[in-house]
Each structure stands twice: as structure tokens, then as C-alpha cells.
Design a protein around this ligand. Structure first.
Ligand code: FE2
Ligand code: FE2
Length: 219
């Protein structure tokens, strides 16, 4: 399994204005392991480590149990909005630093999402479904998306083809999400899987990844 880079789908467990510290992490009883190859970008670290009023509200909301399909579908909607925001920045001819910050947030968000699917959701779906083709295809599509994400993360926003790569990544993700939501998720819903318990596992792993990122940003 490839190590995560980041991801900020949900807020970190911090009060508004609170900086992540090792003491904070210890207080949450979180594991002492980091993202080895993660967050090279200070800008992205800032994005991920800075809780906002909105994220605090989301944090309270995310305390409610969410089934696996709902959680993943919500992730899909969130990243779709991020891609739309990026397109708006391009149309407005926004400066590169702002575009790059958003592109990195997109990459990080996708990386976390792909990771929780690969570590938690897909293995459970494989056990619950006889048909494996959709899951095989999903994993191949994840690998291709990760290649493009790595390219974007290694570039500067002013580089040639930067905007094009972000756009193509968005189109690629649109295609992948459509297959998940139209084909895979309905099959999983019909299978004998405990989607509530699976949703809890997904949420826990996502939270853990976010805190690991916070730890790195605080180091
Ligand atoms: Fe996926
Ligand atoms: Fe997905």
C-alpha cells in the first residue's frame, strides 16, 4: 500500500485557533506514526493544520455515525467542488500560488480518500461480492490517478500543462466516481455487509490520517 500524502476531508480534532501539538495528539491517544513521504508543502501543511469555523461545525456534524456509502459519496461531492473551484480560479486568471495551494489540497484529499477505500472499503467489498471485476478496475484507476497526482505535486502552478493536468485529473476522477456510485456502491448495498460498521472504520482511519498529518505539520 502506498503511503498517504495527506488529506483534509474532515477537520482536525482541534479547537478553533488551536495549534496542533504533540500534547494535543497524545491527549487523543493517537498512534505515533507519520506519513513518511507526505506533505512536502508548507502551504498544504498550513491548509490542513488550520481549523476553521466551518471545519469546526463539520467536526460536530461528523460525530454522527455515517454508513460507508454515504461517507464515500460525501467525499466525492467535496472533491468535485474543489475541482470546480480550481476551474473558477483558472477562468479568473488567479495567481499561481493560490491555484497551487488548491491543487495540493485536491491531491491530498484524493490521496486520503483513495487510501481509506483501498485499506478498508475495497477489501470488505471483495469479501462481500462474488464479482471482483469492478474492484480490480477501481484499483487500476486509483493507480493511474496517483500517477497524475504525483506529477501535479512535483510541479509548480506556472509550469506548462499544470492546469491541464489538474483538469484531466478531475475528468478522470469524475469517471471513476461514476463507476463507483452507479455500479459498485449499488452492488455493495445489496451484499450482506455491515455498512454502518464499515463507515465507522472508514471515518476512524480518515481521522487517524488527518492527525498524522497534523503531527507532521507541528514537527
Ligand atoms: Fe475509488
Ligand atoms: Fe471513491
Amino acid at each position: 500500500m502506498s503511503p498517504m500524502r495527506y488529506v483534509h476531508l474532515d477537520p482536525l480534532p482541534l479547537a478553533e485557533g488551536e495549534e496542533p501539538t504533540l500534547a494535543t495528539l497524545a491527549a487523543h491517544g493517537l498512534p505515533d506514526k507519520g506519513f513518511s513521504r507526505t506533505l512536502r508543502s508548507t502551504r498544504l501543511r498550513t491548509i490542513m493544520a488550520t481549523p476553521t469555523k466551518q471545519s469546526a461545525r463539520q467536526s460536530n456534524k461528523s460525530a454522527a455515525p455515517t454508513d460507508a456509502v454515504t461517507l464515500l459519496t460525501t467525499d466525492h461531492k467535496e472533491v468535485k467542488k474543489l475541482f470546480e473551484s480550481y476551474e473558477a480560479l483558472v477562468r479568473a486568471d488567479t495567481e499561481n500560488s493560490e491555484k497551487q495551494a488548491l491543487a495540493l489540497q485536491i491531491c491530498a484529499t484524493l490521496t486520503v480518500h483513495a487510501t481509506i477505500e483501498e485499506e478498508v472499503f475495497y477489501p470488505a467489498a471483495r469479501e462481500g461480492l462474488e464479482e471482483q471485476d469492478l474492484l480490480d478496475e477501481a484499483e487500476v484507476e486509483h493507480a493511474s490517478a496517483k500517477d497524475l497526482i504525483a506529477q501535479i505535486e512535483g510541479m509548480e502552478a506556472g509550469d506548462e500543462l499544470y492546469d491541464a493536468k489538474v483538469k484531466v485529473l478531475g475528468e478522470y476522477i469524475d469517471h471513476h466516481v461514476k463507476e463507483e456510485e452507479d455500479e459498485l456502491f449499488p452492488k455493495v448495498k445489496r451484499a450482506k455487509l455491515d455498512l454502518e460498521a464499515l463507515g465507522g472504520e472508514l471515518a476512524a482511519r480518515k481521522h487517524e490520517l488527518q492527525v498524522e498529518v497534523a503531527r507532521e505539520s507541528a514537527a
